[in-house]
Design a protein around this ligand. Structure first.
Ligand code: SF4
Ligand code: SF4
Length: 375
């Protein structure tokens, strides 16, 4: 696991403190969206489809700080839109660093090389760069030829200047796991701190057996990707969440673990769904009908979901919230190589990973970092 000790200690102390106080629901990372505007138009991204008057709006630094204080989280993920298009993003980042929050600034990195000199390296600041695999796959995913090259230039410059950098990827059913493993080699050779990844979010409008097939397909893909790991690969994520993706653990969603705040207010119930907004964090926690969300709820919107913003908080809380969880996490991080002959056979049979999701409504999901997320 590539997460620095100081960050792990901060998160562990926060969770233990909450448990000692008897709090059952608490957030771990705030998904702070200061704007929806972007300099890309990736297929399936709902953010950039807002009308122009919404795309012009942005949160002020004061609104951002107030939201962070309200939620009381140890970590803040700043997706978008593209945060580097916010004209006061440096002020926002510096204000959060002053408040000792661990920040994941999610960016497509098109502007990163140009603007990196405005930021100061800090253990609290990580650039989480949206990269969806190797060059061809990424450029197709973001609908921009040359996007990969610009992002990689930004990563190299940020690494050279001593910043923490975590490439952040979203993979859907139909991705070739061999390509992903090559991509891991490529990004680790750039000197990044660790990789962040998440399955894409998808749901079938007509509830049927396809829901279960959807989850099974995701597990099969991540089993092929994450088994038989190379020692050189580091992940800036909970190892227990990776085991969940591989089908080795069953977790329920923790939608309040990564609450989302944007120009509309506090989004119910999670970063992916929009079932209304609350005016305050307290109202979000008290008025959301949490039992209606997560795979076990039977909500068709949640049936296929395995994304990091919902399930990584569960894994992190498990890892730091009990001795058994802590030992499982330590074992996974320090000793497990996930040797798996069947997974190797899956890599040989990569043509079987055919995209069969034409019937699915898809949208780009954030790799909620505990974290991560996509720009
Ligand atoms: S299962 Fe996914 S879509 Fe449903 S509440 Fe959790 S994170 Fe949101
Ligand atoms: S997915 Fe991210 S990078 Fe792509 S258009 Fe949406 S906000 Fe921009």
């Amino acid at each position: 696991m590539a997460v620095p000790i100081s960050q792990m200690w901060t998160v562990a102390s926060y969770i233990v403190g909450k448990r000692l106080k008897g709090e059952k629901r608490y957030p771990l990372v705030l998904m702070l969206e200061p704007l929806f505007r972007c300099n890309l138009a990736c297929a399936g991204c709902g953010k950039v489809q807002y009308p122009p008057h919404i795309l012009k709006k942005q949160l002020t630094p004061e609104e951002c700080f107030a939201a962070v204080e309200e939620a009381g989280v140890p970590m803040v993920s700043i997706p978008g839109g593209e945060p580097l298009l916010h004209d006061r993003i440096v002020e926002i980042v510096n204000g959060l660093i002053a408040r000792k929050k661990y920040i994941y600034l999610c960016t497509n990195a098109l502007e990163l090389k140009k603007r990196i000199h405005e930021f100061t390296p800090s253990k609290y600041l990580t650039f989480s760069v949206h990269l969806d695999g190797e060059r061809e796959h990424h450029d197709m995913s973001v609908c921009r030829e040359g996007g990969w090259d610009l992002a990689v230039e930004g990563i190299k410059e940020a690494v050279k200047r001593g910043f923490r950098v975590t490439p952040n990827s979203t993979f859907f059913d139909g991705t070739d796991p061999n390509m992903v493993r090559e991509y891991f080699d490529t990004v680790m050779s750039l000197g990044v701190e660790g990789i962040v990844l998440s399955p894409g979010y998808s749901y079938d409008k007509a509830p049927d057996q396809q829901h279960f097939l959807g989850r099974a397909k995701s597990r099969r893909l991540f089993r092929a990707i994450l088994s038989n790991r190379k020692k050189s690969w580091k992940f800036n994520m909970s190892p227990l969440f990776l085991e969940f993706l591989m089908g080795k653990r069953n977790y329920e969603c923790t939608p309040w673990g990564s609450p989302a705040y944007n120009i509309f207010g506090w989004q119910k119930p999670c970063y992916l769904l929009q079932d209304g907004y609350a005016d305050s964090f307290k109202e979000l926690m008290e008025t959301t009908e949490w039992e209606n969300y997560g795979a076990a709820s039977g909500n068709p919107k949640c049936a296929n979901c395995m994304v990091s913003c919902g399930y990584e908080p569960t894994a992190v809380t498990h890892g730091f919230g009990s001795l058994a969880g802590f030992f499982a996490m330590a074992k996974a991080a320090l000793f497990s190589t996930y040797s798996d002959k069947e997974a190797l056979a899956l890599l040989d049979n990569h043509s079987s990973f055919v995209a069969e999701r034409e019937h699915l409504v898809t949208t780009i999901a954030p790799a909620a970092k505990l974290g991560e997320t996509n720009a």
